[in-house]
Design a protein around this ligand. Structure first.
Ligand SMILES: [Zn+2]
Length: 462
C-alpha cells in the first residue's frame, strides 16, 4: 500500500461511517478498521474530517470562445481552481464552430487540455451546425468516449436549434446510447423582448433579466421533454432556475419521460435584485437563464433535497468584469453570458448541509455520485469504494472563509459570492492516489489530468 488515510468519516451518497482507506497506485484497495502498511506507506490522519469522493462537475466552460471573447480560465487555471474546490473530474463542452466537423472540434479541444489539465476531464459535444454530415458523425462519438450531445434552444441566429434538429439529435442519441443535454429557453421569444427593450433605449443589465422571464424557460423545458417523449430518448436539462420550469419537469416525469436535470449554485445564491445593482455591476450576474426571485431559490433547494433535480453543475463561464463584461456596457445583449463558480460549487452546496436543507449524503450525491453515473463515469468516479479511483476530498467541516477573488484560484476578477462567509472547506484533495491540493493550494503536477472515456448512457447506471 502506498497510502492510508486514517480516522476519517467516510461519506458516500448512501452511508456515513468511520474507517481507514488504503490506496495502492491510483486505486482504493481496502476500506476497513485499523489498517496498517509497511515502512514505505504514507499515512494521512483525517481525524475530525469528512472524506468525500472527488467532486464531478459535468457543466463547465474552459478556454471557450463566447460572444466575441473567450472564457477567462483555460484548462490550467480552470482545473486548478476546480481541484482547490474539491472537484477531481470535469466534463467540458466542446463547441463545434460553424462549418467545422465534429472531429475537428474534438481535436481542437484535446489540444486545449493536453499538458494543462490538473484533474481528469471529458467532453460533451455542442452541436452548433447540424448538417446531415454532422448528424451522421454523432453516431461515432460514443465509441470515442463522448457520450453526451448538447443543444441550445436559446441564442437565435447563433446556436439555437429548431425542433426538427432537436428531434434528429435525440434520435441519433437514442440509437447510439448517448444522452442529449439541453439549454432550455425559447430563443425566439427572448429575441423579440430584447429587440423591444433596445428599441426603447433600455440597454442596462437588468433588461437581460426582463427579456428572459420564467415562462421563456418553462415553455422550452415543456417542449423539449415532449420531443424526447415522442422520440423515446432520455434527456438532461441543464441549469434549471425557477419554479415554473420545475413544474414542467415534474409533469413530464409523471408521464414517464426519462428526464434528468441540474441546477447551479448561482440560482441558489443570487436573485433579481443583483441585476439592479448600481452602475454596471449587474453585468456580473448576467447569465442565462438569469437569476430569479428568492422564492425560486427555496423551490430549487427543495427540488435538490427531494430528488426532483438530480445534480449540481457549476456552469463555470468566467468573464472578467473589466474588459469582458464591459463589452456590453451600451447593450445588454452584448454582455458575455456567464459567471465563475468551478471552485465554489461544493462549498456553496455544502452550506445547504449546515442550514439543514440537505443531508450530507444527498450533498455527495448531487456534487459527485449522480453526475458520475449520469455521464458514464461510474463506478470509477463518484464514490468511495474498493476498485474506484482514489479521488478523494478531505473536508474540514469547521474551516471558515470569506469569499473574495483573491482567496480563490479562478483567473477572473470577481466572484458572485463576494463577501460571503462560508463554513466547511476542502483541505486536501487526491487525484488517483496523488495529493494535488494541500491547505487549499494546488501542489500537483500540471498536465496530470487524463481524458475520460465515458460509458454510454445507462451502462453505468446500475
Ligand atoms: Zn453552460
Amino acid at each position: 500500500m502506498d497510502l492510508i488515510i486514517k480516522h476519517g468519516t467516510i461519506v458516500t451518497a448512501t452511508d456515513t461511517y468511520q474507517a481507514d482507506i488504503a490506496i495502492s497506485g491510483e486505486t482504493i484497495t481496502l476500506i476497513g478498521h485499523d489498517l496498517s502498511g509497511d515502512a514505505t506507506t504514507r499515512i494521512i490522519d483525517a481525524r475530525g474530517r469528512y472524506l468525500f469522493p472527488g467532486g464531478v462537475d459535468a457543466h463547465v466552460h474552459l478556454d471557450t470562445p463566447v460572444m466575441g471573447t473567450i472564457t477567462a480560465d483555460d484548462y490550467q487555471s480552470g482545473t486548478i481552481a476546480a481541484a482547490c474546490g474539491g472537484t477531481t473530474s470535469i466534463v467540458d463542452f466542446c463547441f463545434q464552430m460553424p462549418g467545422q466537423s465534429l472531429g475537428d472540434a474534438i481535436a481542437g479541444w484535446h489540444v486545449r487540455a493536453a499538458g494543462k489539465a490538473a484533474i481528469d476531464y471529458g467532453f460533451h459535444i455542442v452541436v452548433a451546425d447540424p448538417t446531415a454530415a454532422v448528424l451522421e458523425e454523432l453516431a461515432g462519438l460514443p465509441a470515442q468516449g463522448i457520450t453526451s450531445f448538447k443543444l441550445f434552444m436559446a441564442y437565435k441566429d447563433a446556436l439555437m436549434a429548431d425542433d426538427w434538429t432537436i428531434i434528429q439529435v435525440l434520435e441519433q442519441a437514442r440509437q447510439s446510447g448517448a444522452l442529449v443535454m439541453v439549454h432550455a429557453e425559447n430563443g425566439d421569444a427572448a429575441h423579440l423582448l430584447q429587440q423591444r427593450f433596445l428599441a426603447a433605449g433600455q440597454t442596462g443589465p437588468k433588461y437581460h433579466l426582463l427579456s428572459r422571464p420564467p415562462r421563456i424557460e418553462a415553455e422550452a423545458v415543456a417542449r423539449v421533454i415532449t420531443l424526447a417523449e415522442f422520440v423515446g430518448a432520455p434527456i438532461f436539462i441543464v441549469h434549471m432556475s425557477c419554479g415554473e420550469a420545475l413544474d414542467e419537469l415534474v409533469r413530464g416525469r409523471a408521464r414517464g419521460v426519462q428526464v434528468f436535470a441540474e441546477t447551479c449554485p448561482h440560482y441558489l445564491n443570487t436573485s433579481v435584485e443583483d441585476l439592479d445593482r448600481p452602475g454596471f455591476e449587474g453585468a456580473k450576474y448576467c447569465y442565462s437563464p438569469p437569476p430569479r426571485q428568492k422564492s425560486d431559490q427555496e423551490m430549487l433547494w427543495h427540488a435538490l433535497a427531494n430528488g426532483t433535480l438530480q445534480s449540481v453543475g457549476s456552469d463555470h463561464a468566467p468573464f472578467n468584469f473589466v474588459g469582458q463584461k464591459e463589452l456590453g456596457c451600451d447593450d445588454f445583449t452584448k454582455i458575455p453570458s456567464g459567471a465563475p463558480g468551478i471552485e465554489e460549487r461544493l462549498i456553496m452546496i455544502y452550506q445547504g448541509v449546515h442550514e439543514g436543507r440537505l443531508s450530507i449524503n444527498r450533498f455527495v450525491e448531487l456534487v459527485s455520485t449522480a453526475p458520475a453515473r449520469l455521464f458514464g463515469l461510474a463506478p470509477r468516479k463518484g464514490s468511495i469504494a474498493v476498485g474506484a479511483d482514489a479521488d478523494l476530498v478531505i473536508w474540514n467541516p469547521d474551516a471558515t472563509l470569506e469569499l473574495t477573488p483573491a482567496r480563490l484560484h479562478q483567473r477572473v476578477d470577481y466572484t458572485i459570492n463576494q463577501g460571503r462567509h462560508v463554513r466547511g472547506l476542502p483541505e486536501v484533495v487526491l487525484l488517483r492516489g496523488k495529493v494535488i491540493v494541500a491547505d487549499r493550494d494546488y501542489v500537483g503536477q500540471i498536465g496530470s489530468g487524463q481524458f475520460l472515456q465515458r460509458a454510454r448512457f445507462g451502462q453505468a447506471m446500475q
